[in-house]
Ligand binder design. Structure first.
Ligand SMILES: [Zn+2]
Ligand SMILES: [Zn+2]
Ligand SMILES: [Zn+2]
Length: 356
């Protein structure tokens, strides 16, 4: 460790990962495993000045630079993240707070490190009712990620319903998928022609899901927003997908909760059941596709893939989150991004990325 670094005391403790970047200190300990660019690329940076290496690294997006401020610490302070100490102002009490900050700092890594927008809301209070107050800048705010606890509702019983552990999804959907498929397949078991037809319908269901995954993500979850968008649409957007972009590292707000999922499935299934033959086989295929998608989405955020295809999809999805929010809508596959020309072209890496 360079002696002239004047690092804060906490850098010496094992559970901290303190780096200096352009005269500021950051504790990256809770971020290292989440770093989209891998944990191995941060090697050797602990207790050092990362400025030179950061400027040589692949460019970081504005969203990435915004996220970085979450880990800023005051060297004088006992390593407490700054984000938990500030932004307790009440947005409705001071209209001047709404004005866009004027002094943007030019970063050498081609980034405009703009000022935080988090003072517009009160993170210690329920967020959903506050969305109506920030509709004029909601679109910009929601695409600037943070890493902090999010409360959606004030009453605990409502708040409880907004959190879904990943394992609840297979626990709920696997029996439904098996029941739908078995009911139809048992009658066709003896007849190989019928079996082949059913397998075809099952695969059609999987393909149907993959198309739905793209269309829902692109045209519903990323519905076009502007400063004129009404409070209901902004609130709805935040609840269904906006929150995942705002707090991408919240594991309890990542998978789709089964009950609203079942309602959505019923809404889509009912009209299709009148036009499709063997609709229940198609449904089981589509639900199996959905299950793979949701599990994969979770894995892409929290897993440490070594298989090339998964590493690619993890990087691809991170690019959707932090660099190109209007591209890369496919999560389980880039198929429909290719069809609709919204594919993200990732650069080839000369090194392997690891996340644990
Ligand atoms: Zn990085
Ligand atoms: Zn998205
Ligand atoms: Zn995601």
């Amino acid at each position: 460790m360079p002696s002239d670094m004047d690092m804060p005391k906490e850098a010496e403790s094992n559970d901290k990962f303190i780096v200096k970047y352009r005269q500021q200190y950051y504790d990256l300990s809770r971020f290292m495993h989440k770093h989209p660019g891998g944990i191995n690329t941060l090697k050797g940076l602990n207790s050092g000045d990362m400025t030179a290496r950061f400027l040589k690294a692949p460019p970081h997006s504005d969203a990435a630079m915004y996220l970085m401020r979450e880990y800023k610490i005051d060297p004088e302070d006992s390593g407490k993240p700054k984000s938990s100490q500030r932004e307790t102002l009440h947005p409705d009490k001071d209209e001047t707070l709404r004005q866009r900050p004027t002094e943007d700092t030019e970063d050498k890594n081609n980034n405009q490190v703009d000022e935080s927008m988090e003072h517009l809301v009160d993170w210690s209070k329920a967020m959903l009712p506050q969305i109506a107050n920030i509709t004029d800048c909601y679109d910009e705010w929601v695409h600037k990620p943070v890493d902090r606890p999010l409360r959606l509702f004030e009453p605990w019983y409502l708040e409880m319903c907004t959190k879904t552990p990943w394992w609840l999804v297979p626990l709920f959907w696997i029996p439904v998928i098996v029941k739908c498929a078995l009911e139809e397949f048992t009658s066709a078991w003896q007849d190989s022609n019928q079996l082949a037809v059913f397998t075809g319908y099952l695969l059609f269901g999987v393909l149907l899901w993959s198309f739905l995954e793209y269309t829902l993500h692109r045209w519903v979850f990323h519905v076009k927003l502007s400063s004129k968008t009404g409070s209901w649409l902004c609130t709805f957007h935040f609840m269904i997908h906006g929150l995942h972009h705002k707090v991408p590292f919240d594991p309890m707000r990542l998978v789709f909760p089964p009950l609203p999922g079942a309602v959505l499935a019923a809404i889509i299934y009912t009209p299709l059941s009148f036009v499709l033959s063997h609709p229940r086989v198609v449904l089981s295929g589509a639900l199996a596709g959905y299950l793979c998608y949701d599990m994969m989405h979770y894995y892409l955020h929290y897993g440490n893939p070594s298989l090339g295809a998964f590493v690619h999809m993890k990087r691809y999805h991170h690019h959707h989150h932090f660099s190109h929010q209007t591209l890369g809508y496919g999560i389980s596959s880039p198929l429909w991004d290719v069809v609709f020309k919204t594919r993200i072209h990732l650069r080839k890496l000369r090194y392997q990325l690891r996340w644990s």
